[in-house]
Design a protein around this ligand. Structure first.
Ligand SMILES: N[C@@H](CCC(=O)N[C@@H](CS)C(=O)NCC(=O)O)C(=O)O
Length: 210
């Protein structure tokens, strides 16, 4: 059994969606980051960076933080969504790292400067609005060539990226400007495991649709 420590955010949803997709049994432990529960000493033992998501896999005696690393672990454990074919595997890891290093951190800043505090800094609002559009452009070109980020198959690269795109409204992105991202997003939204994982640890809203 896997313990999942999470909250209703894109990084948290990556892991609940992966657990739902792979069929691995898990128990949810909500960590309300709005109430600073991520700073509790007991949670620090599981997640030394004080951030969700984190897991403890009791079968293997493994505790892990960092969503990208957790997705790789769960893919290895379940044998799903990370190909053993070297070329496909490398493409999957490449687009997973693009999410971890670009999409997540940059769109996270866009949420602050375009959604939560749009008035504090024109410089920051403009910078992250432009970077969000640039990243959507990169994904749109890729998804114009292949159905999924890693190529022909749905993978942990898509599972990592989709929850960030589900906040397109906060990023002031019109998905109709990125038809390939729109097609990919709508297709993945239809997956029952995505819909179930989105509502972990609790339902806060319907999944936004363009
Ligand atoms: N690189 C980390 C980022 C995790 C992260 O930023 N988690 C946020 C929620 S999405 C969090 O726990 N924030 C609480 C805080 O910063 O105190 C990952 O991908 O797991």
């Amino acid at each position: 059994m896997i313990d999942l420590y999470t909250w209703t955010t894109p990084n948290g949803r990556k892991v609940s969606i992966m657990l739902e997709e792979s069929g691995l049994p898990y128990t949810v432990h909500p960590i309300d980051i709005g109430k600073d529960e991520q700073f509790a000493p007991a949670f620090l033992k599981v997640s030394p960076n004080n951030k969700i998501p984190a897991i403890v896999d009791h079968d293997a005696d493994i505790a892990m933080m960092e969503s990208g690393a957790i997705l790789i672990y769960l893919a290895e454990k379940s044998g799903k969504f990370l190909s053993t074919n070297l070329r496909t595997r490398l493409k999957t890891l490449e687009w997973l790292m693009f999410q971890m290093g670009g999409v997540g951190p940059m769109l996270g800043q866009a949420h602050h400067f375009l959604h939560f505090k749009p008035d504090v800094s024109d410089y920051a609002s403009k910078r992250y609005a432009e970077e969000a559009k640039r990243l959507y452009g990169v994904m749109d070109r890729r998804l114009g060539e292949v159905p999924y980020l890693a190529g022909s198959d749905y993978s942990i690269a898509d599972i990592a990226t989709w929850p960030w795109i589900s906040r397109f409204e906060w990023q002031r992105i019109d998905l109709n400007d990125y038809p390939n991202v729109r097609r990919w997003y709508v297709d993945i939204t239809a997956r029952p495991a995505v819909q179930k994982g989105y509502d972990v640890p609790k339902k806060v809203s319907d999944i936004p649709l363009p």
